[in-house]
Ligand binder design. Structure first.
Ligand SMILES: [Zn+2]
Ligand SMILES: [Zn+2]
Length: 257
């Protein structure tokens, strides 16, 4: 079980980060990369190497931990059939995203406390210009904190196994998008009354530049409610909108802080 789970976590990471790398940074002339890259500097070989190695270590930690947590547990199936199963599946998936996003926001915000930042979360922020491979680039303790929320759910809540599987791929996909170095969503979404509640790659990239604020994962709701959304986010969108070919938005944001 543990070997299968380590393989699953490593594979989903390599597939998601590898696909983003190929799409955004290997496909020469990709117009999205040209027009929407978030930092001017190229990735360094040392950064990418560190990101891959530490992310694979995180996959090892995730798989080993869940191997222990899942031990002896049966496969949980959806209870409903037909259209009801789709509803049941969607409700579980939405619940996991909301719970994880809430946990991540507060754990991430605490990890930035000066007393713990360096030894707990500092490794992730060695990537000031993160590549897609930075998605799981955490210190060992940080990696354990990242998944602690799921342990009681796996043990005590009958979340269907299929929901966990789909959630894990969705989670790594969104995580990689946050680190892909390009804003893949239309800029107008950041002003849309509903879609603006998503967490955009622009926001997490800013988090790596400024090393504070924008602590959310899937959504920006907690950042908006708690006043931790970086104030220059709107200015950054304006800048990108007015200068779509000028990939210097974050350097501009950095100077404004
Ligand atoms: Zn952080
Ligand atoms: Zn990050």
């Amino acid at each position: 079980m543990t070997v299968a789970l380590v393989t699953l976590h490593a594979t989903r990471y390599l597939l998601a980060a590898g696909a983003a790398w190929l799409f955004f940074w290997t496909w020469r002339g990709n117009p999205m990369t040209r027009e929407r890259r978030l930092q001017q500097a190229d990735f360094t070989r040392e950064d990418v190497r560190r990101e891959v190695l530490t992310s694979l270590r995180t996959a090892l930690i995730f798989g080993t931990l869940f191997g222990v947590v899942y031990a002896g547990l049966p496969v949980v199936k959806l209870e409903a059939r037909g259209a009801g199963a789709v509803l049941e599946f969607s409700a579980w998936l939405a619940a996991l995203l909301l719970v994880h996003d809430t946990y991540f926001y507060w754990a991430h915000r605490l990890a930035h406390h000066p007393r713990v930042f360096r030894f707990l979360h500092g490794l992730h922020h060695q990537s000031r210009n993160p590549s897609p491979f930075a998605a799981l680039s955490f210190g060992a303790l940080d990696a354990v904190v990242q998944v602690a929320w799921a342990i009681p759910l796996v043990r005590f809540v009958p979340v269907p196994s299929l929901v966990w599987l789909v959630f894990s791929f969705l989670a790594i996909g969104i995580n990689v998008i946050g680190h892909c170095g390009v804003e893949p969503y239309p800029l107008s979404w950041q002003r849309h009354p509903v879609l603006k509640w998503l967490n955009f790659a622009t926001m997490h990239n800013q988090h790596h530049v400024v090393v504070r604020g924008n602590y959310g994962l899937y959504f920006s709701a907690w950042d908006r409610w708690m006043g931790t959304l970086l104030p220059s986010e709107a200015a950054a969108v304006d800048h990108l909108t007015q200068h779509p070919l000028e990939p210097v938005v974050l350097q501009g944001v950095d100077r404004r802080q």
